[in-house]
Design a protein around this ligand. Sequence first.
Ligand code: NAD
Ligand code: AHE
Ligand code: ZN
Ligand code: ZN
Length: 376
Amino acid sequence: TVGKTITCKAAVAWEAGKELSIEDVEVAPPKAHEVRIQIHYTGVCHTDAYTLSGKDPEGAFPIILGHEGAGIVESVGEGVTSVKPGDHVIALYTPECGECKFCKSGKTNLCGKIRATQGKGLMPDGTTRFKCKGKDILHFMGTSTFSQYTVVADISVVAVQPEAPLDRTCLLGCGITTGYGAARVTANVEKGSSVAVFGAGCVGLSVVQGAVMQGASKIIVVDVNPKKEEWAKKFGATDFVNPTQLPEGQTIVDKLIEMTDGGCDYTFDCTGNVGVMRAALEACHKGWGQSIIIGVAAAGQEIATRPFQLVTGRVWRGCAFGGIKGRSQLPDLVADYLAGKLKVDEFITHRMTLAQINEAFEVMKQGDCIRAVVKM
Ligand code: NAD
Ligand code: AHE
Ligand code: ZN
Ligand code: ZN
């Protein structure tokens, strides 16, 4: 297959708001500094549903979604030295070139090298490698893992230990790493801290896992779905609050301030709801509390608070992919998983085939799913 177009199955999103359709797609061979990967497994993240909904200002169609995938390198283009055919890999929507202003800053995991084309659904040369029914199909987040074969930039992929099962490590491609990194890298939660996590999906529960590792003493999970209490406790939360069940007149901010003697040291939004983001900021302790925005909000949505909240020392921050640099740091997360120090299997509630991928979006909406893993 090296150097040739591969025809395989992929879930194509033809239009916003419609189900994905399983199609035969043509995947062109990788050009210079590109890698063609046989995707073995992919998770389905809330962000895939967000872009499919049509609310993502960068979302364009037709597109092959998916950004939480693991697989095996099938072939590489000219000049690729970091991975080779047969390597077990995780696709990276946050690439790491090591050379750009961002990569060299030591201050961020964001990489600027291919962000402009990635945001337009194109490969770095401005074209696409996917075709279906004679039409060009766009790439998503530089990864498009809802295809049995995908092409990514060589800076958007990391080789990991082959002994790590791909049907689990795919989740390190987004949800688990995002929450874990937000707690351990972005916030760097200190021992003894009080933490509130809004939204107990894969991302929020991963913040809980990271906060436990950092030695937080109080970890309060806030979710409108009462079924999430059991999940929160399983990952090490000390408390659970359902904001829809508070006594009349008490807000979630009042409740958290009361539970933490004046406010939380760290709060995390893992919902994407801008009202929740405000509450998360205002539930922070005066003088030092930090609120980390992880959730992705729809086009047109904006956050608001009284500037006084910041004047009096609260800090509003955010991160993508948990502040983790994929090529430098993911092998360490895989090593921790293999050593039994990082929970991964525990997040998987559903397993599906590619033909069933629309059900993964359904179960996410119904609230019984932490992560569905799709076998490609
Ligand atoms: P999910 O749908 O699995 O979980 C979201 C949780 O939030 C659910 O348990 C839901 O009940 C809860 N929730 C919804 N509204 C709420 C409210 N008003 N108050 C309290 N809880 C509420 O989603 P996920 O895959 O874990 O992703 C979470 C968010 O993070 C999404 O917005 C997603 O797009 C975003 N995300 C961001 C990054 C990043 O790098 N910044 C990475 C992954 C996901
Ligand atoms: N196109 C969206 C941006 C959404 C967004 O912020 N994406 C996160 C990753 S979410 C993973 O589940 C991200 O990586 N952000 C940094 C970046 O460069 O996109 C919108 O709303 O415009
Ligand atoms: Zn994601
Ligand atoms: Zn870079």
